[in-house]
Design a protein around this ligand. Structure first.
Ligand SMILES: Cc1cc2nc3c(=O)[nH]c(=O)nc-3n(C[C@H](O)[C@H](O)[C@H](O)COP(=O)(O)OP(=O)(O)OC[C@H]3O[C@@H](n4cnc5c(N)ncnc54)[C@H](O)[C@@H]3O)c2cc1C
Length: 552
């Protein structure tokens, strides 16, 4: 929507328009007019905000429908009683003000002095969006990335898939785009943030489909991400950002007389000066966490989630979710989002990172450990559906100490690696066998890169996790009858859905506790759990730096 003029027009958010499945999205305009009681000429602009699938009431024969939210701009004098009633009842509200990645109230440090320099470590969404925000304000930014730029990274990953020998610097977790480069590219988040649209707009500008701006289950897909990420990189380079690939961040350089203020960083390619450092290193760089701790950066263990990947034939999930009616064909590959709440006796568990029409991948950066995750291409065309089913582990499970959760995670990843035979094959078990504690003799077909071997997941996982997953699987089968039947295969371990540490930071300035100009962001710092939340965290920290300046 173009910029409106508040003296002649007003912008309103209209929610809950119902569009039958199969109807063209263009019909939303007439639905909005009818809903608001407006004449066509009174609608100056309309922008789609959200489109989500509503399957409620299907068992009672109610048809599936899209629920659509839009923002409209109308002349101040437009609208009659119907509109005023909707506004009074709160069903139609003023549209929220639009946000910007650019900071209007820059600190003097960024307005009056020669261009400031920032180093960003990590080219995942947290790092890239922090770099973009800083570069838009004229800061000279260098992005350090231990892994390779995307085409080289993909060749190295293919080598790992053929040889089963891991490259510890460039792999499925490390390299251009970070951990989500070989993912479903899901962009939805539980975080409500006015800057979400700005992040999505940057992705559209870099070549993602426009519908990510409104689809409730927006995703890009690995195939498209591989053209979006280089285009995003080019945009940053045009703004003056320099990328240093295959370059590891190795430590901090502090000012003489102030060992809490950084003047630079040590890297595998020598020292670099900086006025501010954004650390966006993701949920796996244990070596970097440990060396930072030695240099005085505080770390705290945090509750994190762990479980297994569950895979079904996509056709089964389509039938369970969309049914066999004529509209099912129009809905594409079905997804699900299942939750079993915590009770006094057992932890809660939920599905996470569901990849319709996807594949299970080995989410690995070092030898001797096994971790799975999911990916898919933009068309969701594979015959497999997978998701993580995870439960939360706390200090009660992993004990005290900043890195206790990391050690707990490592121990389980090693146990799964060994149980898989030490070649990245994954231990797997059919759901009914897991429920009764019996090994599956032949796990059968799976999309997992290195294949599955019989595994006793009920013995490999901690007892509290086994109880939580069993309770959840019984419940999920009530929600989707057949989910926990023979066709459901559990593949483990899924251990990196969330980070196990947090770097405490100031709420407002976002600097790490005790430091002047060190900004921990994203999943590795404990402030994000996905692509969008990491990107937003990067933007907010960069904006805080631009507003508060270089502290002493
Ligand atoms: C297979 C897979 C599928 C996923 N699917 C989705 C999905 O569909 N949707 C979603 O929202 N999330 C998904 N996620 C999670 C998502 O990718 C992460 O939450 C997100 O990437 C975190 O962003 P980040 O910027 O904090 O860190 P990361 O993306 O992990 O980036 C950190 C970067 O820092 C670099 N780095 C680390 N240490 C150093 C160092 N010492 N020097 C230099 N560089 C360093 C790493 O190489 C890495 O590239 C998926 C993750 C995986 C592994």
């Amino acid at each position: 929507m173009t910029k409106s003029n508040p003296s002649t027009s007003r912008r309103l958010r209209v929610t809950g328009l119902e569009l039958p499945v199969g109807d063209d999205l263009d019909r939303v305009r007439s639905l909005a007019l009818e809903h608001l009681g407006l004449a066509p000429a009174e609608l100056l602009h309309m922008r789609l905000i959200r489109k989500s699938l509503d399957l409620r009431g299907r068992r009672r024969g109610r048809a599936a429908r899209w629920i659509v939210h839009v923002d409209v701009e109308i002349p101040l004098e437009a609208g009659g009683n119907k509109l005023e009633r909707l506004i009074k009842s709160g069903k139609v509200k003023p549209a929220p003000a639009s946000a910007s990645l650019e900071v209007a109230d820059l600190h003097d440090d960024f307005r009056t002095s020669p261009a400031r320099q920032a180093v960003v470590v990590g080219s995942g969404p947290g790092g890239v969006f922090a770099a973009l925000t800083l570069a838009l304000a004229g800061v000279q930014v260098k992005v350090l990335e231990r892994g390779a730029e995307i085409s080289e990274r993909s060749s190295l990953l293919a080598k790992f898939h053929n040889s089963r020998v891991v490259n510890p610097e460039s792999n499925l977790l490390y390299g251009e785009g970070g951990a989500g480069t070989y993912s479903d590219g899901k962009l939805y988040t539980r975080v409500v943030d006015p800057l979400e649209r700005n992040v999505l707009q940057e992705l559209v500008r870099a070549g993602a489909r426009e519908d990510i701006l409104w689809e409730a289950r927006a995703h890009i897909g690995t195939d498209r991400l591989h053209s979006v990420l280089p285009a995003l990189r080019e945009r940053l380079i045009e703004l003056g950002v320099e990328f240093l690939w295959n370059t590891r961040f190795e430590g901090l350089v502090t000012e003489a007389g102030n060992d809490r203020k950084l003047k630079g960083v040590r890297t595998s390619a020598g020292e670099l000066p900086c006025d501010g450092l954004v650390l966006a290193i993701g949920h796996s760089a244990e070596d970097t966490w440990r060396s930072l701790e030695k240099e005085g950066v505080h770390f705290a263990a945090k509750p994190f989630q762990l479980g297994v990947r569950i895979e079904h034939p996509q056709d089964l999930i389509n039938d369970l979710r969309h049914g066999l009616g004529p509209e099912a064909k129009l809905l594409g590959a079905a997804s699900y989002n299942l939750v079993n709440k915590k009770t006094e006796r057992v932890q809660g568990a939920h599905s996470f990172c569901m990849c319709p029409g996807g594949k299970i991948v080995a989410s690995i950066h070092s030898d001797g450990m096994l971790c799975t995750n999911g990916m898919s291409n933009s068309t969701h065309a594979s015959p497999w559906a997978n998701s993580a089913v995870v439960t939360t582990y706390t200090e009660e499970d992993f004990g005290p100490g900043a890195f206790a959760a990391v050690e707990f995670r490592n121990k389980l990843e090693r146990a799964f690696f060994d149980a898989g035979g030490g070649d990245f094959s994954a231990p797997a078990q059919r759901i009914p066998d897991f429920l009764v504690g019996r090994e599956t003799k032949n796990p059968g077909k799976t999309s997992y890169t290195f294949g599955a071997v019989p595994g006793r997941l009920h013995e490999l996982l901690p007892a509290s996790g086994v109880a939580a997953l069993r309770a959840a699987l019984w419940r999920f089968n009530e929600m989707l009858e057949g989910f926990s039947g023979e066709q459901g295969l559990m593949v483990g371990l899924e251990s990196r859905s969330s980070g196990p540490v947090r770097i405490p930071r100031d709420k407002e300035t976002r600097v790490a506790e005790g430091w002047a100009n060190l900004f921990p962001v994203g999943e590795g710092a404990g402030y994000a759990g996905g692509i969008m939340s990491a990107a937003l965290d990067g933007v907010h920290s960069a904006q805080a730096f631009l507003r508060h300046g270089v502290m002493s």
